[in-house]
Ligand binder design. Structure first.
Ligand code: NAD
Ligand code: UDP
Length: 323
């Protein structure tokens, strides 16, 4: 009997992860493989690396493709996690025009793909859509306080426009969308030189170099461990079709940068001194997610204490720095 070539041989879910060779993306690819999916990781290696997914390459259900999401992509797929976009201020401000293109053109291309193949699509949005927030903690119905013309705007406004596109495709083309607003996340495979605070402090502490606090260190962030965050993304994708978000994903435990520096020094046993540097422009004063919606709709509640997550992350950087 002739096989119908349009009939799928396998019933496994085919999942595309854009930005899959980055920090969050590499953990997400691993989680999806563990869940039994076929995973296609698409990345242009701008801020991610092949090393991040080297441990997955031998898996026959994993495929790695070099591709820039600002260009069209024609594949067959069931679900899309759209993570492609540099996330650290150093990386996204290095080529701000490309950052906006990645967020906006990338979203248009991935939404177009989702429309063609009728795939469910999840956007990795960010707490940056709230800008320097005037309400605290931040709930999803807060519209934000964002500078449209500053150094962070390429990222903040790019991500805001991507959210707009997701909701317009949902209303206009009936796409199944999910929008996650991710708050500061940390863990193994953060880029050692991307300037984000957790990686900076740990690398500085391990090298015995001064710990650089920007401003007076009283600004705050809420840090979520990567495994818990990835679990939130997977749970969001699995919610009923009528739930779109946006939904905050982050750990509500809030720390000042001074408290973070003290913890890193204590956990590494470092003798690094603390030095104060100028605060970058538009640096948000405080950030803490209200995760009531995620708790209700996703049954998601991150519990890992910062100390425990930092110990895992310090271990990773210790190994990386001696390699
Ligand atoms: P990352 O920089 O490690 O990963 C981003 C990945 O996207 C990299 O592998 C990079 O090479 C790839 N990429 C960039 N531009 C691309 C393009 N045009 N085409 C294809 N690939 C491209 O950052 P991350 O921390 O893993 O963040 C992943 C996503 O989550 C981003 O969209 C980011 O905005 C979002 N996010 C992350 C955090 C966080 O704390 N890590 C917080 C909020 C939102
Ligand atoms: N920060 C700092 N020292 C560093 C790097 C960052 O004090 O070496 C501060 C930064 O000014 C910000 C906070 O840490 O107030 C978080 O910075 P990050 O770039 O990690 O994330 P984001 O500002 O995007 O939340």
């Amino acid at each position: 009997m002739l096989t119908n070539l349009t009939t799928r041989v396998s019933n496994r879910k085919r999942v595309l992860v854009t930005g899959g060779a980055g920090f969050l993306g590499s953990h997400l690819c691993a989680r999806l493989l563990k869940d039994g999916c076929d995973v296609l990781c698409v990345d242009n290696f701008y801020s991610g690396t092949k090393d991040n997914v080297a441990h997955l390459i031998q898996n026959p259900r994993f495929e790695l493709m070099r591709h820039d999401v600002t260009f069209s992509l024609y594949i067959e797929i069931d679900e899309i996690y759209n993570l492609a976009c540099p996330a650290s201020p150093i990386h996204y401000q290095w080529d701000p025009v490309q950052t906006t293109k990645t967020s906006v053109h990338g979203a248009i291309n991935m939404l177009g793909l989702a429309k063609r193949v009728k795939a469910k699509i999840l956007q990795a949005s960010t707490s940056e859509v709230y800008g320097d927030p005037e309400i605290h903690p931040q709930r999803e119905d807060y519209w934000g306080h964002v500078n449209p013309i500053g150094f962070r705007s390429c990222y903040d406004e790019g991500k805001r426009c991507a959210e707009t596109l997701f909701f317009d495709y949902h209303r206009q083309h009936k796409l199944y969308i999910k929008v996650a607003r991710i708050f500061n996340t940390y863990g193994p495979r953060m880029h050692p030189n991307d300037g984000r605070v957790v990686s900076n402090f740990i690398v500085q502490a391990l090298k015995g170099e001064p710990i650089t606090i920007y401003g007076d260190g009283s600004q705050s962030r809420s840090f979520c461990y990567v495994d818990e965050l990835v679990d939130g993304l997977v749970r969001l994708m699995a919610t009923p079709d009528d739930f779109t978000g946006p939904v905050n994903l982050g750990n509500p435990c809030e720390f000042t940068m001074m408290e973070l520096a003290d913890k890193v020094i204590e956990l590494t046993g470092s003798r690094s001194p603390i030095v104060f540097k100028p605060l970058p422009s538009d640096d948000p004063r405080q950030r803490q997610p209200d995760i009531a919606l995620a708790r209700e709709k996703l049954g998601w509640n991150p519990v890992l204490p910062l100390e425990t997550g930092l110990v895992h992350t310090i271990e990773y950087f210790r190994t990386l720095l001696v390699a």
